[in-house]
Each structure stands twice: as structure tokens, then as C-alpha cells.
Design a protein around this ligand. Structure first.
Ligand code: CIR
Length: 264
């Protein structure tokens, strides 16, 4: 059971962040509304929110998921939550971790961190039932992935690396992969044939709908990007309740649903 989440509203200069989407500049007012609706959805799922102040020093800092990997007691009821602070792959985002460090330390007492020359973004880390998939991407290098794998192994978790550097349109592994629980793994067509995913029941997302693959299970609900009714139907057929959220302004900045919070 997840109980808490950390979120950070976008700053007015959100539009200055990194993007490859080519969808135009985000509208700040709409981004704030969408962020607020996202926060309300997390609360509806039963989470208590810690809201960090918008930080114009880091226009991408609303994507808090990239700053840490949380090992939550959801996966190991015998363990206390632990946090691994990341070292962002994009130099412009490296200071984001510093601004989260003390807040995260207050929430999750035990912490580790990825060290230079390792780089790792939280968006590249997908936990699936005691197993972690770690994406090797333009942001997460092998050194960073190895460091995380070692920390995970000490906690009894297995991990495997998925190289996504040749996959067009996938910024992070979780841009195309999400674990829902109950052995259900959401994957884009491009990732579906990887042998590493062979033991899971795959929920396939076709290539035109790739953006919706970045969905998030939060307790009784799955949060999904609005505008993909077929995917929602697929999830409902599997017995999930969905909450659809408008994400257009975050999509313009290459961000998806999972990136907007750290959940534990
Ligand atoms: C970036 O390029 O770093 C941000 N504009 C988007 C980060 C999205 N984060 C994620 O997928 N975990």
C-alpha cells in the first residue's frame, strides 16, 4: 500500500526545460491546472502529499521522479523504505537532487546515492515485483546502472539492464514500460519482444499510442493520460479502475505521468 508522494509544481519558466517533443511551448496556466488535477488524483488514491516549492532555477524540476529511486515497503514488507538519490544524466538537471535531498531525508531516513561518473534518472527505473528493470539511456549510463544494481542486490532485489539507446521516442525506460502489479507489465510494441519481459503478462500498447504506456498504479487505481479510451478499456477488462488525466503541457516537455511524483 502506497501512503505518500512528493510532488513539485512547475515553475513559470517551465518552458525553458529540455524537450525533443516538437509540440510547441507549454501553456503555464494549463500546466498548473493539470498538475493540480494530478495532485488531486494522488490524494483520491489515498496518498499524503509533500509539495515542494516550484523552483525556477531548474525548469525541469517538476519531474521529481528523476531525482530518486524509492525502495518502498510495498515490495518488501520486512524492510523500511530506502531512497537512492540519483545523479541526473542531463547536466542542467543535476542540481535538482540537492534541492530534494533534505526533504527526502526527512521522509525516508535511509538513503544512498549514485556517484560520478555514474548517471541515472529515476525515469529509467521500473520496479516489477522484486525485480528492477534499469534502462541504459541517453540519461542513465552503465556505471550508474551498475551502482544501482549493487545497492539493490544488497537489499535482495534482482535487476536487469535494458538498453533503450536505439529506441526512437523513448527518453526513459518508463516512457515505454509500467508495472501494474498482479504480473501485468504494460509495454510498447517496440519493447514487447525483449526476453527479459517473458515471464510477465504483457499489456501491449501500439506504437501510435506510445505515450499512454507511462501509466502509474497507485493503490486501487491506475492513472493514465487522457485521450486513450482503448487502453483504458484494456485496463478495465483486466479489472483495474482508471483515472484519466490531461497531460498535454507535460507531454510538450517530454514528461509523462510517472515523472511528476515520487511515490512510496
Ligand atoms: C527532461 O528532458 O529531463 C524533462 N524535460 C522530462 C523528464 C521526464 N521524466 C521522466 O520521463 N521520468
Amino acid at each position: 500500500m502506497l501512503t505518500s508522494a512528493v510532488v513539485r509544481a512547475p515553475a513559470p519558466n517551465f518552458f525553458e526545460g529540455l524537450t525533443t517533443a516538437g509540440l510547441g511551448a507549454p501553456n503555464y496556466g494549463r500546466a498548473l491546472e493539470q498538475h493540480e488535477a494530478y495532485c488531486a488524483a494522488l490524494e483520491r488514491c489515498g496518498l499524503r502529499l509533500t509539495r515542494l516549492k516550484a523552483d525556477p532555477n531548474y525548469p525541469d524540476s517538476t519531474f521529481v521522479e528523476d531525482t530518486a529511486v524509492v525502495l518502498s515497503p510495498r515490495s518488501r514488507s520486512d524492510l523500511l523504505p530506502q531512497i537512492v538519490l540519483t545523479r541526473a544524466g542531463a547536466p542542467s538537471r543535476r542540481g535538482e537532487v540537492e534541492s530534494c535531498r533534505s526533504i527526502l531525508a526527512g521522509l525516508v531516513p535511509s538513503s544512498h546515492e549514485i556517484k560520478s561518473p555514474g548517471t541515472l534518472d529515476g525515469g529509467d527505473v521500473c520496479e516489477a515485483q522484486m525485480h528492477f528493470f534499469i534502462g541504459i539511456s541517453e540519461r542513465t549510463n552503465e556505471v550508474g546502472a551498475q551502482q544501482l544494481a549493487k545497492l539493490l542486490a544488497r537489499q535482495g532485489y534482482a535487476s536487469s539492464f535494458i538498453d533503450i539507446r536505439n529506441f526512437d521516442g523513448l527518453l526513459h525506460l518508463k516512457s515505454g514500460l509500467a508495472y501494474l502489479g498482479d504480473n501485468h507489465l504494460v509495454v510498447t510494441e517496440a519493447l514487447a519482444d525483449r526476453t527479459e519481459f517473458g515471464g510477465y503478462d504483457l499489456v501491449r500498447v501500439n506504437s501510435d499510442d506510445e505515450y499512454v504506456a507511462n501509466c502509474v498504479r497507485v493503490n486501487e487505481y491506475v492513472l493514465v493520460a487522457a485521450g486513450y479510451p482503448k487502453f483504458e478499456e484494456q485496463l478495465r477488462d483486466l479489472g483495474y479502475q482508471t483515472i484519466a488525466l490531461e497531460m498535454s503541457e507535460f507531454q510538450k516537455m517530454d514528461g509523462g505521468l510517472s515523472c511528476l511524483s515520487l511515490r512510496f
